[in-house]
Design a protein around this ligand. Structure first.
Ligand SMILES: [Zn+2]
Length: 321
């Protein structure tokens, strides 16, 4: 398999095929617009906290833009892009457990289109992991959401599966796939005693951009991954072609929940801190559905986007240093 070749699927009719997509973005925007603001920013300490760079600790930060009351800055030291007035952890965990928009999001992920798309992508990276021949066959999906990745692992491998999430809607499904004992439900990875258990593969699909303290989460993953194991993580790429075309309306700019946009510089900083090295940086989703009215879709465009590192997602494959 070629990790550098992204999964391509025709998504131009996504909004007709998956009507919850529009509902989700409208709902999240509405929920953010309802928050009280002062000088165009959400400042209420019950909702947000002003933070230094979560990757390197630099107190500064150059303003990129404000979206729905949240200030997005770039760290002058490590290049990390993050939300300066970030939502508090208790507030966020409540959101993931129960808010309407998160429920709409899980319905989107349960749609046929997304199931096919994510299954193809998950399989690609799972095949890579299988090709390594790692002896440890424990797979731990951190932030397993609706359970799509664990379901794919369950159907296509005989690996031992573990998951962690806070989501109440998908509890029954996930425990039916991996069993109650293997599900770390509503637990923080830093607080779990894993004993001698180690994992051959730890996956964080669209998780690290939501986490208040990614430094401590990745360091914990490094402690519990097997010596020859891998960590796979997918995060949005702010500086994508989609952002160049759609600007502030790019769906990934969802600052209540997306607290971070990793650059390759800030990801390296995090990995150095955790004793991990970046083995591969891959790109996925070069073209999102909303771009179609503004592009001529052809292979040359895809190749240009990839050459300029402007895919919508980055997938990092990490191993111990
Ligand atoms: Zn920094």
């Amino acid at each position: 398999m070629d990790l550098n070749q992204p999964i391509l699927m025709d998504n131009r009719n996504l909004r007709q095929d998956v009507p919850d997509t529009n509902a989700f973005f409208a709902q999240t925007l509405q929920e953010m617009e309802r928050l009280p603001r002062e000088g165009n920013l959400v400042t209420d300490p019950r909702i947000v906290t002003q933070v230094p760079c979560p990757v390197c600790g630099d107190a500064g930060g150059d303003q990129l833009f404000v979206r729905a009351g949240f200030l997005i800055v770039q760290c002058p030291t490590c290049s990390h892009v993050y939300v300066k007035n970030r939502a508090n952890e208790d507030y966020l965990l409540g959101l993931y457990a129960a808010s309407q928009s998160e429920q709409a999001y899980r319905r989107i992920r349960a749609s046929d289109f997304h199931k096919r798309y994510w299954r193809a992508m998950h399989t690609k990276y799972l095949d890579y992991f299988k090709s390594l021949g790692c002896a440890n066959r424990n797979v731990f999906d951190v932030g397993c959401g609706a359970g799509n990745f664990l379901d794919t692992c369950h159907e296509t491998t005989d690996f031992d599966l573990y998951g962690l999430d806070f989501c109440e809607d998908s509890f029954d499904f996930i425990t039916s796939v991996i069993g109650r004992d293997n599900y770390y439900f509503k637990q923080r990875i830093e607080d779990i005693d894993f004993g001698a258990k180690r994992f051959g593969l730890i996956s964080l699909w669209g998780v690290l951009e939501h986490i208040v303290d990614p430094k401590s989460m990745l360091a914990r993953c490094a402690e519990i991954v097997a010596d020859d194991g891998r960590i796979i993580l997918l995060v949005p790429n702010l500086f994508s072609r989609a952002f160049k075309i759609l600007g502030i309306t790019t769906p990934t700019i969802y600052p209540r929940g997306h607290l971070h946009y990793y650059t390759q510089g800030s990801m390296k900083h995090l990995c150095d801190n955790a004793g991990l090295v970046i083995e591969h940086v891959c790109q996925e989703l070069p073209v999102i559905d909303l771009m179609h009215p503004f592009i001529r879709y052809d292979d040359a465009l895809i190749q240009d986007i990839l050459a300029k590192d402007e895919g919508y997602y980055h997938v990092y494959v990490l191993r111990k240093g």
